[in-house]
Design a binder for this molecule. Structure first.
Ligand code: GRG
Length: 301
């Protein structure tokens, strides 16, 4: 049961994340203005801002109170947005709509679409590095957080998962392959958000590992719900094409196990995320995070 005031709290936290993201966006000036416009177009197209909300919540859970988290929060959304911009390119999913708007390459052309994604990825790390010169910036924690962000977004995380998704992997069962792809492609960035928040707040190694575990299960549930919505929702509600997995001939949890089993898996993985979250003590209140995980089980977009 989701408490009545949860939606207000989520709206408030999303608005807070939104205003922090906007503070760090690049100015649209200079001879390279066009690519910066495309970067801002894609990041300002909306989106649930879920990863920044997770990052901020994790930071506060472990007692973090400083603005040093802000550049990381913006960087998180820049990396996520870059992945969507590149995923929509003709060489990948070739999608025309995202977040209710024309995709970046459709508006700006393919070359600028590629560069806007590259620009967002680089600018994410440039932005996160601003934490070093901020009050409360602990160099050791910031360094560790940068490492996690790079790893989870990279070949051992999201890019690794996307590669397996695009190219396939041989010599592995379909079920195991799907688990690998989902954990890397989708869980990795959610893990990064939860881990970076914890690291910046000074959480101990055990708690950071627990947050990694929470992120793994949240990501699996989130991706399977994404598969479900692809076959049960509408373009108007999602702001992106439905039945895209079928169009791209992708094996998904729904195509492999059916809709009912997929719904059960969302509930099961969410329960595992809650169990992992329950497994360690911390200074802050876990209620919002617990409710958010429960809320995502029945998300409609
Ligand atoms: C191109 C390196 C590279 C990676 C692409 C993220 C991704 C990997 C592909 C996008 C398509 C997809 C199904 C990704 C899985 C994660 C996911 C469901 C992303 C959408 O996240 P939301 O729903 O999006 O949080 P908004 O728009 O709300 O931010």
């Amino acid at each position: 049961m989701i408490p009545m005031n949860f939606k207000d709290a989520l709206t408030e936290k999303t608005a807070e994340a939104e205003s922090i993201i906007r503070k760090f966006l690049p100015e649209e000036t200079g001879y390279q203005k066009r690519v910066i416009e495309a970067m801002n177009y894609s990041i300002l197209a909306g989106g649930k801002r879920l990863r920044p909300v997770f990052l901020l919540e994790s930071y506060r859970l472990f007692g973090g109170k400083e603005a040093v988290v802000e550049p990381f929060l913006a960087a998180m959304e820049m990396i996520h947005t870059y992945s969507l911009v590149h995923d929509d390119l003709p060489a990948m999913d070739d999608d025309e709509y995202r977040r209710g708007r024309k995709t970046t390459h459709v508006v700006y052309g393919e070359a600028i679409g590629i560069l806007a994604g590259d620009g967002l990825l680089n600018f994410a790390f440039e932005t996160a590095c601003k934490a070093f010169s901020m009050d409360g910036g602990n160099a050791e924690r910031i360094g560790r957080a940068l490492g996690v962000l790079g790893e989870k977004a990279g070949i051992y995380g999201m890019i690794g998962g996307q590669t397996a998704d695009v190219e396939g992997i041989s010599g592995i069962e379909e079920k195991e392959k799907l688990a690998f792809i989902y954990e890397k492609k989708t869980s990795a960035l959610i893990q990064a958000a939860l881990m970076v928040g914890a690291i910046l707040a000074g959480a101990d190694e055990e708690a950071v590992t627990a947050m990694e575990e929470v992120g793994k299960y949240v990501g699996l549930a989130f991706q399977i719900q994404d598969d479900i919505l692809d076959v049960t929702s509408t373009t108007e509600v999602l702001g992106k094409p439905v039945l895209s997995d079928e169009k791209n001939e992708k094996v998904t949890y729904v195509s492999l196990y059916g809709l009912e089993k997929a719904k059960e898996a969302v509930a099961q993985f969410s329960a595992e995320a809650l169990e992992a979250l329950d497994g360690f003590p911390c200074a802050g209140d876990k209620t919002f995070l617990i409710t958010l995980i429960c809320y995502l089980i029945s998300r409609e977009k």
